[in-house]
Design a protein around this ligand. Sequence first.
Ligand code: BES
Ligand code: MN
Ligand code: ZN
Length: 487
Amino acid sequence: MTQPVPITFTQTDHSDFAAYDGLLVVLAAHGTPLGEAARQIDALTHGAVSRAHGSDAFGKLAHGAGITLNWPAGVAARAVMVLALPEAATTQEARKAGAAVAAVLDDKGAQVVAASHPRASDIAFGLALRAYRFDYHSETKPAFGSVSMMVDTPERTAQAAAPLAALAEGVFFTRDLVNEPANILTTCDFAARLAGMQELGLEVEILEEADLEALGMRALLAVGQGSESPSKVVVMKWMGGGDEAPLALVGKGVVFDTGGISLKPGAGMEDMTMDMGGAGTVAGVMRTLALRKARANVVGLVGIVENMPDGRAQRPGDIVTSAKGLTIEVINTDAEGRLVLADVLWYAQDRFKPCAMIDLATLTGAVIVGLGHENAGVFANDDAFAAQVVQAARSENEGAWHMPLQPAYDGLIKSRLADIKNTGGRAAGAITAAAFLKRFVADDLPWCHIDIAGVALPPSATDLAPKGPTGWGVMTLNRLIADKFEG
Ligand code: BES
Ligand code: MN
Ligand code: ZN
């Protein structure tokens, strides 16, 4: 997987600023005199830092943004960056500041003089998240140079940074999975990458088609039956808590969604390599929990299939029996994610008796129509649980919005021939998808469905991610687990 750039924390040392030849970064606050390091670099650069700090441009900078002075006289640094970040900055501002450094980071590396800044670990985290690169270009760019942060209490900062480094690795794992094309990330390859996490102490179990058949997962198997790649369910367990019931995370892992016989239009179909984003997020969370040895019990289950048109593919009009026993009329083979989740949700709840369950899925285009790329849609059978999820997302600055899910919508997925049908028509498309899933979850189990179709792969860069996959949800769920499920 893509490894985050390593960041080391060293004792603040003012003796050698002239000689450092990478990107030299100092922090400054609006309307406050420069700190000691900045004053020293200012002296070396014949006043460049103080002029930048006093400029109108600096005055207009938001917290976390910076001014870059390229090839300044008097120091060896290729650039000096003056970051607008007061001591009282928020976590989010500190992360943005780190991301601003990452945006100009190159193979020469960077030295960030954070000195006594209380959010140095969040500066490092933002830097790591934004310094993400993934491509198959045959001419590769040189790797990012090393990053060191000068702080007054290196041990304490390193301690605060350790769980954030685990989180960055989890986010990178998710982004890599979402980036991988479907000829590389086949169902088998996906399962193998998850099995590889056993070396981190996760228990990983792979259910093959014969197992799924025995469990009666006809809804999930029907989606994959047109593909050459076998369908799988992968179970990842992290039992770092006591003997309390686990939290269950469930993810949609459609490695490619052509739509099946209800074939999608050609334009933009290449984006459907990201249709395993829900499973990717679940995998990233499990990786983070293992890396930071979380004191919580969490099981992650992902349904991994490929939705292809073929002589053996399922047809519109087919009726399948789910593992729960509910019969489903398949109106549209492109509404495949809910068929996969139906069986995995039921299985997760039946086998693990979880205390709560959350599923993530790139489930509907309708959620993008409703919320765009700013918010994931949160649907739940329990308002209090939904509020906790939305709160966790807010703490991590990942957009999430609680959407309605009343019984009134259930009528839209009634079928003449079966118990339910897999589409509800144009109206409320994201809600009817959630209403479908609700039928596979016990009423008394707090459950939340998160439709991440709009946020998993937004069309442009975000604060903490370059253009491409964001890894949306890894931070939110890690925060939720830390705050609500960790003893
Ligand atoms: N994977 C798609 C949803 C999607 C769309 C994800 C765009 C990311 C970006 C899902 O399987 C799908 O095809 N949904 C259909 C459902 C419809 C047939 C009821 C949709 O949203 O059009
Ligand atoms: Mn589809
Ligand atoms: Zn899909």
